[in-house]
Design a protein around this ligand. Structure first.
Ligand code: 13P
Ligand code: SF4
Length: 349
């Protein structure tokens, strides 16, 4: 095992060598040791746009998780190569909605309801699910545009079927003022998702029962704890948190929105942040003149994001320097064409 400093020097040298052919993208949840090599950093929406705009780069190395690299492959030209430094870096939430399960639920729903249903999938989903959504006239959304996409979908049809994150869907519906009894949960293991035909007919938003294991760790009790400990602390959380947490927080938003809120706050501000620990720690070191805490006393780490270690980044760059491509993420042209419909719709909305 090489010492981290040596690995880092080698990455810097390889980056120089590969020059303008290479673009390294880094999601905000990446560990610092990897994140510092990113040419561009951002939330999922920003990184998807960055990939789409990087038409002059042959190699895009995505320091993030699998669905992000898939989206980048869909949005780039066929001769551009997208690489994920560790293929085990998936997103457990994305795995909670397979395109087969969704297709079965879609058929079952159509049997008991009337009116047009618009599918919307969170970007944290497989290319196959994005393709299903594209084929059925729907759109992708991210945590920074979910409310906008939901508004669009409700103007296009009578109902929205929202995958895979129950909580982002519920928080967005609640922000739009949709009544609680018009939002229902589709539980995968139950016939009709555990609902009656009448409940489904009445529903405006039907939520898939996926969730993020990291953001589930933040609770309403954590919010109450901070309120009691220090009333000056502002609480900001990611919309993948449960509705009871988001409702009790002062603000919520995507990773990019969290960063902007902290950056734009006056010196001396106090924050308790409900999102992944690597981002919270980075904010702590970037803004030592603010008081920054995690909302939870426990370490809320995304273990799959954490798989992208500098050693893997070096390995893919070493291979590129020798003319070999390893860990390429490719989406078949047929799937990519349909998935692109749903991604392009989002980029337009
Ligand atoms: P952002 O779109 O806010 O970057 O979130 C992505 C993600 O995976 C959050 O868990
Ligand atoms: Fe998936 Fe949650 Fe990790 Fe984001 S933080 S990549 S939603 S498991």
């Amino acid at each position: 095992q090489e010492n981290e400093e040596i690995i880092c020097q080698k990455i810097a040298a390889r980056k120089k060598e590969l020059g303008g052919n290479l673009l390294i993208l880094g999601h905000h949840y990446q560990q610092e040791a990897t994140f510092r090599f990113a040419d561009l950093t951002g939330d999922s929406l920003k990184l998807a746009r960055n990939a789409a705009e990087a038409t002059d780069r042959k190699y895009i190395v995505f320091c993030g998780v699998h669905f992000m690299a898939e989206s980048a492959d869909i949005l780039t030209a066929p001769d551009q190569v997208v690489i994920l430094p560790d293929l085990r870096a998936g997103c457990p939430m994305a795995d909670m909605a397979t395109s087969e399960e969704v297709a079965w639920a879609w058929e079952d729903l159509a049997k008991v309801t009337s009116g047009r249903v618009i599918p919307v999938t969170y970007v944290n989903s497989s290319a196959l699910l994005k393709a299903f959504v594209g084929k059925h006239g729907g759109s992708v959304c991210t945590s920074s545009n979910a409310e906008r996409v939901l508004t669009w979908a409700l103007a296009e049809g009578e109902k929205v079927f929202f995958f895979p994150d129950e909580h982002l869907g519920r928080n967005s519906a609640s922000a739009l003022g949709i009544a609680e009894d018009e939002v229902v949960l589709w539980q995968r293991a139950k016939p009709l998702g555990g609902n009656t035909p009448a409940q489904l007919e009445k529903a405006k938003v039907i939520l898939w029962d996926g969730y993020c294991t990291v953001h589930m760790q933040f609770t309403a009790a954590h919010v109450a704890g901070w309120r009691e400990r220090d009333p000056e602390v502002r609480i900001i959380v990611h919309p993948e948190c449960r509705n009871e947490v988001v409702n009790r927080a002062d603000q919520y938003g995507s990773t990019e929105a969290i960063i902007t809120a902290v950056r734009d706050s006056p010196v001396g501000s106090k924050w308790a942040i409900g999102t992944e620990v690597n981002l919270v720690n980075r904010l702590k070191s970037q803004y030592p003149d603010r008081e920054i805490h995690s909302l939870s006393p426990f370490q809320c780490l995304c273990s799959t994001m954490y798989r992208i270690k500098p050693g893997y980044l070096l390995w893919v760059l070493d291979n590129l320097a020798q003319g070999r491509v390893v860990n390429r993420i490719t989406v078949s042209p047929e799937v990519a064409a349909e998935a692109k419909l749903s991604l392009d719709r989002m980029l337009r909305i």
